[in-house]
Design a protein around this ligand. Structure first.
Ligand code: BES
Ligand code: MN
Ligand code: ZN
Length: 504
């Protein structure tokens, strides 16, 4: 969809649809007041008759308003003025996008940008509108024989800004919103693909295709023989039970100053997780196709990076495998040697994510990274702990954790930090190897998994995002969310701003 910014009075807009807010109870927002004055009090009369209270979730289309140049007006309930916050604003935009799709309008001019949102500026509102509208209009129809294309008439949204001085900032906010939305869409598409099609080989092909579209990206795919040579025994053990060969995808984006240390993003790419010999129960096993959403978010974030032409060095590393219980699969009790040289007793083949990530983390050492952030649908325990709102955050470097918290708040793609204390490390003790791949109980599963990874991240600043609860939705709205592409893109945007401040 196309987005633009514009300044001007609502009654002067020659548009198919004017979108105006109404506060609870029946209070006109300032643009609604302007239009009301121009059309002889028609809006105020309507509200007095009780057609719209202004509650969140309400909307009302109006036709034939006297003296207005627009074909129709869509009034949108905003709730109480004092209660307008991030969450309310996004909900309101979700309702607006849904209601606009019900009208016949192909374009609209939106004045909801004028509403005051606690602690947020105009550019934040514009970027959120772009992201939320793209999110609402997303469909995954590639594999439906009949497409639902009849609806979705809306092609262009023009967002109002107070004056000409706000135009260029608004355009930048649209560019950022569109780049993030395109990254989110890529991550959703890959996540939603079925596991018979979305294999490790397919992910490697998608990375190569992305580099084909964007010359600023360079891609290299390590095959099993390469990984064998390097000594990635932990990673390779996971794919032994599968007919699909493992891959390690490396993407390099080098638009920062030469010699600037890269930010390395590592994404878990298990294209299907049966659990292996420690087989999962049957309920919801189809959802284990989403076990590559970390990988998808790395590709999505890199796509946003290239689109925004960020002056940074960024590397994406995607270890990708299928976890199957084939005849050559790992058994509980097997001991493997990781790239770091540390040995691991595999007590549960369903704790496979950490086995592929640990070798990817060791591999990242050679890049002398500024920071390494891994993104993984790592533990069911993280869903129990935090649910689906924040990503679980772990880090060995408090300033990095803080930067991710700040970025999460700015992008409204939030994180919540959990402790990485050494006390938890003891539960990974093994009688036969340097460590076991699971803790000796069920306690603190998300933390113990992060503690396992920490043993492979000692040589750099590192953070781990457990996205098991946030990467997809279950139930009727089942589908990938594209998170944490907004968070990661914001984190990188913030690094650009930081470098700019340092130069002055
Ligand atoms: N991919 C799963 C984690 C997961 C489970 C994500 C459910 C989303 C929903 C991971 O590979 C896994 O199986 N983890 C185990 C670890 C356990 C064996 C220590 C888990 O969480 O049960
Ligand atoms: Mn598993
Ligand atoms: Zn898994």
């Amino acid at each position: 969809m196309e987005f633009a910014v514009k300044s001007g009075n609502p009654e002067k807009q020659r548009t198919a649809c004017l979108v105006l807010g109404i506060y609870e109870s029946r209070r006109l927002t300032s643009s609604a007041e302007q239009l009301d004055a121009a059309c002889g009090g028609a809006l105020g009369n309507l509200l007095r008759r009780g057609d719209l209270e202004g509650k969140p979730g309400q909307s009302l289309p109006l036709f034939n308003l006297p003296e207005a140049l627009c074909e129709r007006v869509l009034l949108v309930g905003c709730g109480r003025e004092r209660e307008m916050d991030d969450r309310r604003f996004r909900q309101m935009i979700t309702h607006m996008a849904t209601a606009l799709n019900e009208t016949g309008a192909t374009e609209a001019v939106v004045y909801l940008t004028e509403l005051a949102v606690k602690g947020r500026d105009l550019n934040w509102k514009i970027r959120q509108i772009v992201e939320v509208v793209e999110d609402v209009n997303y469909r995954f129809e590639a594999l439906k024989s009949k497409k639902d294309t009849a609806r979705r008439l809306l092609r262009k949204l023009t967002l109002s800004v107070p004056g000409r001085r706000e135009l260029s900032g608004g355009e930048q906010a649209i560019r950022e919103g569109l780049a993030i939305a395109a990254g989110v869409k890529l991550a959703k598409d890959l996540g939603n693909m079925p596991p018979n099609l979305c294999t490790p080989t397919y992910l490697a092909e998608q990375a190569l295709a992305l580099a084909g579209d964007f010359p600023a990206l360079r891609v290299e795919v390590l095959e099993e023989a390469d990984m064998e040579r390097l000594g990635m025994g932990a990673l390779l053990s996971v794919s032994h039970g599968s007919a699909q060969p493992a891959k390690l995808i490396r993407l390099d984006y080098r638009q920062g100053p030469a010699g600037q240390r890269p930010y390395v993003l590592v994404g878990k790419g298990v294209t299907f997780d049966t659990g292996g010999i420690s087989l999962k129960p049957r309920e919801h096993m189809d959802e284990m196709k989403y076990d590559m959403c970390g990988a998808a978010s790395v590709l999505g974030t890199l796509r946003a990076c290239v689109e925004l032409q960020l002056p940074l060095n960024v590397t994406g590393l995607i270890p990708t495998v299928e976890n199957m219980p084939g005849g050559r699969a790992s058994r509980p009790g097997d001991i493997v040697t990781s790239l770091s040289g540390q040995t691991i007793e595999i007590l549960n083949t369903d704790a496979e994510g950490r086995l592929i990530l640990c070798d990817a983390l060791s591999y990242a050492e050679q890049d002398e990274p500024a920071a390494v952030i891994d993104i993984a649908t790592l533990t069911g325990a993280c869903i129990i702990a935090l649910g689906s709102h924040p990503h679980g955050l772990f880090s060995n470097h408090p300033p990095l954790a803080h930067a991710l918290q700040t970025a999460g708040h700015a992008a409204y793609d939030r994180v919540w930090e959990l402790p990485l204390w050494d006390e938890y490390q003891e539960s990974l003790d093994s009688n036969f190897a340097d460590m076991a791949n699971v803790g000796n109980g069920r306690d603190a599963g998300a933390i113990v998994a992060a503690c396992f990874l920490a043993r492979f991240a000692k040589k750099f600043h590192w953070a781990h995002l457990d996205i098991a609860g946030t990467a997809w939705k279950s139930g009727k709205a089942k589908g990938a969310t594209g998170r944490p592409v907004p968070l990661m893109t914001q984190y990188l945007l913030d690094r650009v701003a930081e470098a700019g401040r340092g130069a002055h």
